[in-house]
Design a protein around this ligand. Structure first.
Ligand SMILES: NC(=O)c1ccc[n+]([C@@H]2O[C@H](COP(=O)([O-])OP(=O)(O)OC[C@H]3O[C@@H](n4cnc5c(N)ncnc54)[C@H](OP(=O)(O)O)[C@@H]3O)[C@@H](O)[C@H]2O)c1
Length: 259
């Protein structure tokens, strides 16, 4: 049987919300999680009304230290077996590292890395035991770039990219595929929440969350290692290989500056 039930983090907004619609359209049951329970309930009802799928919601702050354990327990209480784990929730903060609140920056580490690792471990082990499953981890094209003015966020995505690549290699032949999604700038709440308004980078054309979600779904179900949606984003790994590091840092710093 094809992997069916999805646990999707960061389902209340942006790319996660768009992915929920694609998974539901393709007949997958979904456990939707985020902090905003109202948004989740509204999405859950809309998905179930439109498509013949089952949906559940779990409200959980993924910055809490035991968030992965709590979420895992809550999903077990629902009696749901997770076939596809989508680690999508994440956030960044614009500004100089020393000028931004330390707790908020450590929160990026907790949500983008710590909880992603915890959920990958818990659900990865169950999937390997069953001999089937899929994990989709959402990184970013910034995984290939230095990130002055958003240092913790950029570094968090390097971690996600490398961790996913290594886990994929370890699970080769197990029946569990592991995919890394690397979107570029995408229409979502992300930029506003990060305080990126007014920076040069935000003036570039953005992809729609829907187009990113379609690419993510196709890549995950095909068991691909890396999904770079859109032509421009495919250039990011090439820039890392061929452009001098100092030039790259200067370009990014310029794009990150508010005008
Ligand atoms: N948009 C872009 O340009 C872009 C580019 C590359 C990569 N990405 C990545 O794509 C992923 C999705 O981001 P997005 O662009 O869709 O941003 P978004 O619109 O801000 O959505 C972020 C989602 O993550 C959830 N989330 C944030 N902090 C959380 C926490 N502490 N606990 C639980 N859930 C939390 C939010 O839900 P609640 O607020 O309801 O908790 C929301 O559902 C992130 O990993 C981001 O780094 C985005």
């Amino acid at each position: 049987m094809a992997p069916r039930t999805v646990l999707l983090t960061g389902a209340s907004e942006g790319i996660g919300r768009a992915m929920a619609w694609v998974f539901a359209r393709e007949g997958h049951d979904l456990v939707l999680t985020a902090r905003d329970g109202e948004r989740l309930d509204e999405l859950s009802a809309a998905l179930a009304a439109r498509h013949p799928v089952q949906t559940w919601t779990v409200v959980q702050d993924l910055a809490e230290r035991d968030a992965d354990a709590r979420l895992h327990a809550a999903v077990a209480d629902l009696g749901v077996e997770v076939d596809i784990l989508v680690n999508n929730a994440g956030y960044g903060l614009h500004g100089e590292f020393l000028d931004r609140d330390l707790d908020a920056q450590l929160g990026i580490v907790d949500v983008n890395l710590r909880t992603l690792v915890g959920l990958s471990h818990r659900y990865g082990a169950e999937m390997r035991r069953r001999g089937r499953g899929r994990i989709l981890n959402v990184a970013s094209t910034v995984a290939f770039l230095p990130g002055p003015m958003m240092s913790v966020y950029f570094a968090s995505k390097v971690f996600v990219y490398r961790f996913t690549e290594s886990l994929r290699a370890e699970l080769k032949g197990s029946g569990v595929s592991v995919t890394c999604l690397c979107p570029g700038m995408t229409e979502a709440k992300f930029q506003e929440r990060a305080g990126m308004d007014g920076i040069r980078l935000a003036r570039l054309d953005m992809a729609s969350a829907e187009s990113v979600a379609e690419a993510a779904y196709a890549g995950t179900m095909a068991g691909r290692g890396v999904v770079l949606p859109g032509f421009r984003n495919k250039l990011a790994p090439l820039a890392e290989r061929f452009m001098p590091r100092a030039a790259m840092r200067a370009i990014i710093q310029g794009l990150m500056t508010k005008t």
